[in-house]
Design a binder for this molecule. Structure first.
Ligand SMILES: [Zn+2]
Length: 313
């Protein structure tokens, strides 16, 4: 997809009737908005897409999809099909179909609203494992959406090694939405006292303790495994969010089980406060406090060299 920048601007200009200078300004504004973390060519592609230009039905790869893109054409493999759901609001009722679409660069949750498309799923004409070609879809939040103007059909193309690991979208905290999978770069501004609980070693469910010892509702009497839970507040300058992490991820903060109690914890807490890291995870609604919570499933160091490399591209 990488094209010569000058050539791209020419094509956008021709297609829209806008002056090349104006397009250059739009591209620079787009790059500034994305903190320069994108090439001029990449920014030009986004500008083109926002202006509604479709370059000869060019197809994009999943990792090229950016906020604001419309009329997206893409080929991918359905790696997971979800059951069709019905919905009803005050004004509308209908069905929603969804699946995870993958190519060699990533995967994305894809949502279908059109009854004709949903029928293809219900009849089994489009199913898990199929390669499909989608045209004229839109990117919304973190998902690909197909409306009545979109099209989906089986494709003969083949993609080796589709990416099946969950995708996390890099976002600012102020942009996080419940239900999404995100990666944020944030500073730990608060760490609460760890909490401990016991779970069944078989299924991970919380055990019930009584006079007979520990019991799992499914596995009966068990020797429970100890689990810890740590709550943090993360801040990236746009907003802050409460975050939760469990044993495995606590270890990724360089905290050992024995560090979580007493004096050791206070010392470790001092070291961690103010630290900036990448956190990936899912956003859920905390029903009790009615706020959003970030469930951390991955932690990564910020590699300054890598960031510079991206900026220079
Ligand atoms: Zn169990």
């Amino acid at each position: 997809m990488i094209q010569d920048y000058v050539q791209l601007v020419e094509r956008i200009s021709k297609a829209t009737g806008k002056e090349e200078d104006e397009i250059n300004r739009l591209v620079e504004a787009k790059r500034a908005k994305l903190s320069g973390l994108i090439s001029r060519e990449g920014a030009a592609q986004i500008v083109a897409s926002e202006l509604g230009i479709n370059f000869d039905k060019a197809k994009v790869k999943i990792n090229e999809i950016m906020q604001g893109m419309k009329k997206i054409n893409i080929v991918g493999k359905i790696i997971r099909m979800f059951p069709v759901r019905s919905y009803e609001t005050e004004n509308r009722k209908g069905k929603i179909g969804s699946f995870i679409l993958a190519d060699e660069t990533g995967n994305i949750r894809t949502v279908l609203w059109d009854t004709n498309h949903i029928e293809l799923i219900e009849k089994g004409e489009i199913k898990e494992g199929d390669m499909v070609e989608i045209t004229n879809s839109n990117f919304r939040n973190t998902e690909l959406h197909l409306t009545g103007f979109s099209d989906i059909k089986k494709s003969q193309e083949k993609i080796e090694n589709v990416k099946t690991e969950q995708e996390f979208f890099e976002r600012k905290i102020s942009e996080l939405k419940v239900g999404g999978s995100f990666k944020i770069r944030a500073v730990i501004v608060q760490i609460f006292e760890p909490r401990f609980f016991e779970v069944c070693p078989e299924c991970g469910k919380k055990v019930i303790n009584d006079v007979d010892g520990s019991k799992c509702s499914e596995h009966g009497k068990v020797i429970p495994k100890k689990r810890s839970l740590l709550s943090l507040v993360l801040d990236d300058g746009t907003e802050n969010i409460r975050a939760v992490l469990f044993s495995e991820q606590i270890q990724n903060l360089n905290l050992k089980e024995e560090d979580l109690e007493g004096e050791d914890f206070l010392k470790k807490r001092e070291e961690l406060l103010g630290k900036e890291l990448f956190f990936s995870g899912n956003v859920r609604q905390n029903k009790l406090f009615n706020n959003m919570e970030f469930f951390i499933s991955g932690i990564g160091e910020i590699d300054i060299d890598k960031l510079i490399e991206v900026l220079e591209k």
